[in-house]
Design a protein around this ligand. Structure first.
Ligand code: TPP
Ligand code: MG
Length: 328
């Protein structure tokens, strides 16, 4: 889709690229500094998966709700969650978005409607549906976005939640990032080969669509239409995006040596890098954008530097009495 566009789309693609670039820079810095041992929480990176959250950022309002998963950094940042508070949370500091007690898998910034991420697969799905119910009962125009992975489709609570959202015509957008794996288990071994997740979900009676989740612009178009309908009171919507995580399931490294996925498969997806695709389009559309891109890269480096300094300089929370003479 990117190749077919004229310069009218350049502004939008520039915004998408900026969001993707920033998210990736944050996660690459986390990966770089993780081995220092100061971020003492399990950390699931979504490097390679930046297009969908960036496209969501274009379409959601600051008072919309969102909930996410163990792999939630990008969703939190796309919603406008505080970077300082996120990095501090990873460092376990009192200035973290959960007071330093949650870590990477428990991000929240209620000031922008990002209501939380949880470590239990599928756990945040009913929370997102409940938030949609609250918006409906209060008569607001808020929508609730539920990010989930392909693995979460296999949890019973997904079906209960989608069913409830359909029956109550709730303003909820399910955003499934299908990266083909649940830890080391490929989708092809967990579900029948011919099954398409979005087709299966459609059979429940909900509007659905699917899209190349490594094409930020195409994702943006599909999300815009879904958000228009959900916000317009047409009930819930389910979107499936195909994408791929580049690094290990949990941690900062690559894991090709584990052989649960082939080097060819990884290489093929890395060639479809959403950030590089957007950048290539921008530079072809207008080579003078080189300067704009360079300035932005520098500003992101500085912003990320500051966030890590902020986290390092912050204090640890006071110990809390958890019972039986134990403080944590
Ligand atoms: C209920 C539950 N079962 C299993 C796990 C272990 N687990 C953690 S992440 C994960 C994979 C989830 O896959 P998916 O939803 O596709 O998300 P992805 O990691 O690919 O982003 C699993 C099985 C868990 N945290 N919670
Ligand atoms: Mg997955």
């Amino acid at each position: 889709m990117l190749n077919k566009l004229n310069s009218e789309s350049t502004e939008l693609i520039l915004r998408l690229w900026k969001n993707m670039y920033r998210i990736r820079a944050v996660e690459e810095r986390i990966a770089e500094r993780y081995s220092e041992g100061k971020m003492r929480c399990p950390t699931h990176l979504s490097i390679g998966q930046e297009a969908v959250p960036s496209a969501m950022a274009e379409n959601i309002r600051v008072n919309d709700f969102a909930v996410s998963t163990h792999r939630g950094h990008a969703h939190y940042l796309a919603q406008g969650g505080s970077l300082n508070a996120m990095i501090s949370e990873l460092y376990g500091k009192a200035t973290g978005c959960c007071g330093g007690r949650g870590g990477s898998m428990h991000l929240a910034d209620t000031s922008v409607g990002f209501m939380g991420t949880t470590a239990i697969v599928g756990n945040s799905i009913p929370l997102g549906v409940g938030l949609a119910l609250s918006a409906q009962l209060r008569g607001t125009s808020q929508i609730s976005c539920v990010y989930l992975g392909d693995g979460a489709i296999e949890e019973g609570v997904f079906y209960e939640s989608v069913n409830f959202a359909i029956v109550r015509k709730l303003p909820v957008l399910f955003v499934c990032e299908n990266n083909l794996y649940s830890v080391y288990s490929p989708l092809a071994k967990r579900q029948p080969q011919e099954r398409k997740i979005f087709k299966m979900v459609e059979a429940m009676g909900i509007r659905v669509n699917s899209c190349d989740g490594n094409d930020a612009l195409a994702s943006c178009t599909v999300i815009a239409e879904a958000v228009r309908l959900v916000r317009g009171g047409e009930g819930p919507y389910f979107l499936e995006f195909s994408t791929y995580r580049w690094r290990e399931h949990c941690g900062p490294d690559y894991d090709n040596h584990l052989n649960y996925r082939s080097p060819d498969e990884v290489a093929m997806w890395m060639e479809r890098d959403p950030v590089a695709r957007a950048e290539m389009f921008l530079l072809q559309a207008d080579p003078r954008l080189t300067d704009v891109l360079s300035k932005f890269r520098l500003s992101v480096v500085q912003e990320v530097d500051r966030a890590f300094e902020f986290a390092e300089d912050s204090s640890f929370p006071d110990p809390v009495f958890v019972g039986a003479g134990v403080y944590a």
